[in-house]
Structures are given as structure tokens and as C-alpha cells.
Design a protein around this ligand. Structure first.
Ligand code: PMP
Length: 430
């Protein structure tokens, strides 16, 4: 049940992501979801192309994920994590330690991706305090995105995240030019020139380099060359700077490898995961660190890591995350993601010829159509819903990251809707 009064209340009183309270874009009421289908209040069904922003990799209403939560709920939904532990947290962290590179063995459970990034940055700064140094600057890449809380925002692309709004309040970090060499281009050694220049200049004050490995997500959906990441790791080693990999979007198979760092065979000192961690069932993220980082933090004047939110290690979230990772470890994802990648290439690449299209790129289960002009969000969204698909474009980007379980037929519905959308002038701003 979703009444016109509910819709009106929503318009009047509820903020949605990046949406005006005075003049909100339309919102579509979803009342149920199953597999790769979202059901609207009026009964219409939409094929989901977004996985609820990279999260619902196994699809919606998955019986095993539901059961894991129900079983946990019957035991206890929540208990504080200070001075207490519980089987769900141990089961989850055991899997995380096993799935990630061997040296990442210390896990901090955070409530959301942005908090995991805050935690990673704080870990890096506390590590240096333990080594007797105050280092509070970060080096990152233009066009990056790391979340909406303040420390995370301070390392997001300065233009996209409107640093000008917060000048004087937001700490100012260092931004290397965004990588230009694409994932499957021939590597051009000059691509890291700006990064190398900045790390040479500032390394003595840098707590860490923080970046999204290989896939720059919300800052432009760009896929860069693995050599870039290798050069970053080499520089971090040469200048003794920590490397934080934000795999909140890319973690758990999305880019075609379990973690995007694997494309470059690079290991970070600190790793952030989130989103798909619970299969999109609950908000939960994690920051993993090496023993060296953890030891540095223990040597700091505080003697321990200074963070501990109320809902840390929430048992419901941990239980469903442990089951989601168990599902993932049954290892259907490599075939699923490879099949999605093949189909996205076949069906999206020909759109390069379309007049409105500036570029098409595909990596793993991510397909991106970059348009020449910004999309008219409201018009394009309405068109997609009328075509029975859920695709949420922004700026000049129309992109797909469907649940791994999507069928070829359902994926075709998504790519056909994009192809048709490109033919209508009204879907683009003047
Ligand atoms: N890092 C990356 C790479 C992300 O894509 C996001 C979310 N889009 C975040 C951090 C922030 O995560 P959350 O929205 O859960 O706070």
C-alpha cells in the first residue's frame, strides 16, 4: 500500500540523496523486490540495473540471506561490541581475513562506506603517531570519490564534491591529475608523472595515499591502467607512505577480479570494503589493516585505535554478510561476471556510433555509456521506468551494474532501453 498521501508526505518531509527539498525530482515507490525485479506500488515490475548502488550482487529477497538474518534475529539482533564479541562477527571477520591478501589481518567493522574511509584515514594518521611523527596529509587522485562525511569528502574530487562550499573547514589534501591511460590502452609511463611529482614533494607529511583501485566510480565511472596502480605502490614503498585502497564499490567481484587491486597484483596497507559486503541487505562496511599498521597504532600515545561506534559489529549485519560471502565463495561469480561483461560489450559497444554518445566502456559487470550532453534526469528516469527498467543516470553517465544473477534476457532489456533512450532529444539537457 502506498497512497497519494504517502507520496505527498515524502515530497514534503523526506530528503533523498542529493535532492532538493524545495523542488524534488520524482521518487518511485518500491514495495517489494525479488531476484532482479523491483516492484512498484502500482504493480509494475522493473528490471534492476543498479544493484542498489553496487550492493545487491545476489539479487533481492534471496532465501539464504533472509534465513541468515532470521536465524540471527532469533538469537539476538544487536549487542554492544565494547567488551563483548559474538559468533557472527567472528565468522564474518574470519572470512574477510581469508579472502583478502594475507597481510591484511586486522579488521575494523564500520557502519557504512564513508565511515570505513574515515576509519582508514584515522588509522593511517594514528600509525604515524605511533612512529613518532605527525602526518595529517593525504595524496589522492582527481575524479575520485570516497563518501560524503567530511574526512571522506576532503579526498573526493574537489570539483565534483564542491570543495569550494567548505573552504576553510575541509582539510586540504593533494590531488594528482586523474589517470588518463585507460584499462586496456597501451601503458604510457607519463600517466603517473603528476602523481610522482606530488609524492616526491610531500611524502614527509603524507599519512597515506588513498584511491579507488582501477575503477573510479561516482567521480566519473572511469577504468584506469593497472600499471598506474603498480607505480603508486612502488612510490609508496620508496617513500614510506601507506596505501589505502577504497574497494567499497569494486570489492567482491564487480570488476572481474575479487578485488580490483588484483588486476595490478598490488596489495594495500589498508583496505576498505562495504556495499556488496552484506549482499545489499544491511548497512555494513569494514576496514582491514596489516599487522604493521595495527602495531603502529598500538604504539601511538593513545595505545589503541580511537573509534567505536554504537552499532559496531551489529550481529544482524555480520550474520547476513557472512552468508553473502559464503554464497560468493561458492564461486559462481567469476562465470556470472564474465558473462555479463561479454554481453555488455556486445550490446553497449555498438552505441559508440550514436550521435549523443561520447564514449562506451565496460569492465567486469560494469557498463558505462558517457553522453556528450548531461542527461535530463527526470525525463530519462521516467522513460526508463516506462520501459520497465531501473537505471539511475547522473550527469553525462548512463551506466549499468546489475546483480550477478541477472539473466541474459533481463540484461538485454536494460541495454535495449539505453539504446532507445539515446535516440530521443528530450532525454538530454539543451
Ligand atoms: N567509497 C566509494 C568508492 C564509494 O563508491 C562509496 C559509495 N558510493 C563510498 C566510499 C561511501 O560509501 P557509503 O555511501 O556507504 O557511505
Amino acid at each position: 500500500m502506498f497512497t497519494p498521501q504517502d507520496a505527498e508526505f515524502d515530497r514534503q518531509h523526506i530528503w533523498h540523496p542529493y535532492t532538493s527539498m524545495r523542488d524534488p525530482l520524482p521518487c518511485y515507490p518500491v514495495v517489494a523486490a525479488q531476484g532482479t525485479q523491483l516492484q512498484l506500488a502500482d504493480g509494475r515490475e522493473l528490471v534492476d540495473g543498479m544493484s542498489s548502488w553496487w550492493a545487491a550482487i545476489h539479487g533481492y529477497n534471496h532465501p539464504r540471506l533472509n534465513r541468515a538474518m532470521q536465524d540471527q534475529m532469533a538469537q539476538m539482533s544487536h549487542v554492544m561490541f565494547g567488551g563483548i564479541t559474538h559468533p557472527a562477527a567472528v565468522a564474518l571477520c574470519r572470512q574477510l581475513v581469508a579472502m583478502t591478501p594475507a597481510a591484511l589481518e586486522c579488521v575494523f567493522l564500520a557502519d557504512s562506506g564513508s565511515v570505513a574511509v574515515e576509519v582508514a584515514m584515522k588509522m593511517a594518521m594514528q600509525y604515524w603517531l605511533g612512529r613518532g611523527e605527525t602526518r595529517q596529509q593525504f595524496l589522492t587522485l582527481a575524479r575520485g570519490y570516497h563518501g560524503d562525511t567530511f574526512a571522506a569528502m576532503s579526498v573526493c574530487d574537489p570539483d565534483n564534491s564542491m570543495h569550494s562550499l567548505w573552504r576553510g573547514y575541509l582539510p586540504e589534501h593533494h590531488f594528482a591529475a586523474a589517470p588518463q591511460c585507460r584499462f586496456d590502452d597501451i601503458w604510457d609511463e607519463r600517466d603517473t608523472d603528476d602523481f610522482v611529482r606530488l609524492i616526491e614533494l610531500h611524502h614527509a607529511r603524507l599519512a597515506a595515499v588513498i584511491l579507488e583501485p582501477i575503477v573510479q566510480g561516482a567521480g566519473g565511472m572511469r577504468f584506469y591502467h593497472p600499471r598506474y596502480l603498480q607505480r603508486v605502490r612502488e612510490c609508496c614503498d620508496r617513500y614510506d607512505v601507506l596505501l589505502i585502497a577504497d574497494e567499497i564499490a569494486t570489492g567482491f567481484g564487480r570488476s572481474g577480479t575479487l578485488f580490483a587491486c588484483e588486476h595490478a597484483e598490488v596489495m594495500p596497507d589498508i583496505l576498505c570494503v562495504g556495499k556488496a559486503l552484506t549482499g545489499g541487505m544491511m548497512t555494513l562496511a569494514a576496514t582491514l589493516a596489516t599487522r604493521r599498521v595495527a602495531d603502529g597504532i598500538s604504539d601511538s600515545p593513545a595505545g589503541c585505535f580511537m573509534h567505536g561506534p554504537t552499532f559496531m559489529g551489529n550481529p544482524l549485519a555480520c550474520a547476513v554478510a557472512a552468508e553473502s560471502l559464503a554464497l560468493l565463495n561458492e564461486d559462481h561469480w567469476p562465470q556470472q561476471v564474465a558473462r555479463i561483461e561479454r554481453q555488455l560489450r556486445e550490446e553497449l559497444m555498438p552505441l559508440r556510433a550514436a550521435q549523443q554518445v561520447a564514449d562506451v566502456r565496460v569492465l567486469g559487470a560494469i557498463g558505462v555509456v558517457e553522453t556528450r550532453r548531461p542527461v535530463n534526469m527526470a525525463a530519462l528516469q521516467r522513460f526508463f521506468v516506462e520501459r520497465g527498467v531501473w537505471i539511475r543516470p547522473f550527469g553525462r553517465l548512463i551506466y549499468l551494474m546489475p546483480p550477478y544473477i541477472i539473466t541474459p534476457q533481463a540484461l538485454r532489456q536494460l541495454t535495449e532501453a539505453i539504446a532507445e533512450a539515446l535516440t530521443q532529444e528530450a532525454h538530454f539537457s539543451a
